[in-house]
Design a protein around this ligand. Sequence first.
Ligand code: URA
Length: 205
Amino acid sequence: MTALAPLEKRWQALRRRARVCRACPLWMPATQTVFGAGRVDASIVLIGEQPGAQEDLQGEPFVGPAGAMLDRALAEAGIDRDKVYITNTVKHFKFEPRGKLRLHKANAAEQASCRRWLDAELGLLMPQAIVALGAMAAKALFGSSFRLLRERGEWRQTLDGREAFATIHPSFILRQRSSEERELAYKGFVRDLRLLVHRRAISGK
Ligand code: URA
């Protein structure tokens, strides 16, 4: 048995428990729980917001268009996706029609219910750095007064004392209207991700 095996076992048990979570109503319309994925001994943990339609179907985080954008930016920043652990603040897809609008974002109560899983994941993993992707993840890590556009790309400690920073969510890049705006947002995203390389958060793992 390798040193990793006990950790992997605890993580598998956690994932099994999350699979049947009924702590908020989001499990009902969702296809499945989308738990975090990646190496349990990763030196970097990336935290997104919540699964989208593709993630809901495939059961893996960041496998849709935002995931493709994330992969491209990670590669350009010199970070191997296979060596990071990726998860979300909320583990179920949300899709709620509201008149002409379609609400995707979990509300405060749903986010609070799901928090136990993120806390359990972070309690188990021992990353050297955590990156919050988007405002929802940033507020979950740093508190509700965190302002993403003002404070992105700044190393700080999480509420429980870990090294972390926040950057934009990859779908923010996809939402930009012109190719120039998309390029600008993408460059800023890659620049932020490179902070991980400069801090040498990427070891052999
Ligand atoms: N957006 C997220 O925040 N997470 C995913 O897993 C996919 C899209």
